[in-house]
Design a protein around this ligand. Structure first.
Ligand code: G6P
Ligand code: MN
Length: 446
């Protein structure tokens, strides 16, 4: 089986390769093609992969290319994990938002809109090329903002593109741990859109254990989301939100914490990753792994500090979510190993009140036929309202990216619940256009 990684010089590629190396099952990936625009970044990553594979007789073969047609020819699966504008673009997304007094995060609020405006045109172009050159391939989208980008790519790829994120499965693993149950045996009643979802129940043999957890202060504040949101607020909500909802429920505190921090996340990652990509002597694998650990340790550090959540749990530093979801999805499709996974797919009416073409993040049944969303219980009014607002923002970004309409781009900023002012929205758009050359396609008045 052949896998092509778009963004093959990206920092998290060795995580995926490690999962492939650990998979000795029948029908495993035997060939990986790394595609990237930047040859030096792929070289740096390829050196890490070579060290990971050292001494392993059945290691998947790796080839590298900067030619898209060559990368796609004959491939079975495509992972898309690109970063348009690089980390420098991310740093702009985050800084400009914070300077305007709204949360500065790559996937949430104004930062997510700017990142989407930059990424959607490129992702759609890639989707079109994949549909032409590898029409049989399945596409797994990691590229953030993952829900919006998956929805944009589905215009060319339909249900052959599936978006993934590790935050729901990470949440499920942590909640199961707090309850002392095996994460492999639980049913997660999770629903939402990417980085905006809620765990409403966790069932073992039909019994929902969440009410028990909500009553237990010690257990509730023993894991990341419990520390971020606090026991009282979780009891009030009656569910456990995705960690990214901190930017909504505690938006002023999140802004204050990020503004007080020495650097934006993007600027911090530029420094961390520079130490790896510019690394010339010694082990590339060691340099990569120490930058990886630093990244995990400092993940969402601003909001953890705002919430007084302290350091991350050791188990959360191991990662394992991102690449495991990808591998499980790929095996389920390629080998018909039927399973359920929380994925980003078109809703098809799963969430009442949302456009059936909208991509949502819900449990899906996965088989050789792809991923089908399962029916979920209705969401409470406030959650549905928030989701519908943010989905309208995502769709306005896709409209701007496909038509070049500056008015649609302004609408995206202005209707976002975390922006809250047309005046600020206008300033955000102007400043992003000034600082991000990739937004040069926007036309018309706003
Ligand atoms: C989580 C999120 C991803 C994000 C990753 C890294 O896994 O679900 O969407 O890409 O964290 O975040 P970072 O801030 O380290 O880039
Ligand atoms: Mn994610």
């Amino acid at each position: 089986m052949r896998l092509t990684i778009l963004g093959g010089g990206g920092f998290r590629v060795p995580l995926v390769y490690r999962a492939l190396l650990d998979d000795h099952g029948k029908g495993r990936v035997t060939h990986v093609t790394l595609y990237d625009l930047d040859a030096s970044r792929i070289e740096a990553i390829a050196r890490v992969l070579a060290e990971q594979a050292a001494g392993m007789a059945d290691a998947p073969e790796v080839s590298v290319t900067t030619d898209l047609a060559e990368a796609l020819r004959g491939t079975d699966f495509v992972f898309s994990a690109i970063r348009v504008g690089g980390l420098a673009g991310r740093a702009v997304d985050e800084r400009v938002a914070l300077e305007e007094g709204v949360p500065g995060q790559e996937t949430v609020g104004a930062g997510g809109i700017a990142y989407g405006l930059r990424t959607v045109p490129v992702a759609m172009d890639l989707a079109r090329r994949i549909a032409e050159l590898a029409p049989e391939a399945w596409v797994i989208n990691f590229t953030n903002p993952a829900g919006m980008v998956t929805e944009a790519m589905s215009a060319y790829l339909g249900d052959r593109v599936i978006g993934i994120c590790d935050s729901p499965v990470g949440l499920g693993r942590r909640v199961a741990g707090a309850l002392g149950v095996d994460p492999a045996t639980v049913w997660l009643d999770y629903a939402g859109i990417n980085h905006l979802g809620w765990l409403r129940g966790i069932r073992v043999e039909g019994r929902d254990l969440l009410p028990e957890l909500l009553r237990d202060d010690a257990a509730l504040t023993s894991f990341e989301e419990g520390k971020l949101f606090g026991a009282e607020w979780l009891r009030t909500l009656g569910c456990v939100p995705n960690e990214y909802l901190h930017f909504y429920y505690f938006s002023r505190e999140a802004v204050a914490a990020s503004r007080a921090a020495a650097q934006t996340r993007g600027a911090q990652l530029i420094e961390q990753q520079q130490r790896f990509y510019a690394h010339a002597n010694g082990s590339a694998l060691q340099a990569w792994d120490s930058a990886r650990l630093e990244r995990e340790t400092t993940y969402l550090s601003d909001i953890r500090e705002a919430a007084g959540a302290g350091e991350r749990a050791g188990a959360d530093l191991e990662s394992g979510g991102y690449e495991q979801v990808a591998l499980a999805l790929m095996r389920a499709i390629a080998l018909d190993e039927r399973t359920t996974l929380i994925l980003n797919v078109r809703s098809r009416g799963t969430i009442d009140g949302l456009d059936p073409e909208a991509v949502v993040e819900v449990p899906c049944f996965v088989s050789a036929n792809g991923a089908r969303p399962l029916s979920v219980d209705p969401l409470p009014g406030h959650a549905l309202g928030l989701m519908a607002s943010v989905k309208a923002v995502e769709q306005a970004v896709i409209e701007a990216a496909t038509t070049g309409s500056r008015a649609a781009a302004l609408r995206a900023f202005a209707i976002h619940p975390l922006v809250g002012s047309v005046v600020v929205a206008r300033r955000l758009l102007e400043r992003y256009e000034r600082e991000l050359p990739q937004l040069g396609y926007l036309r018309g008045r706003n």
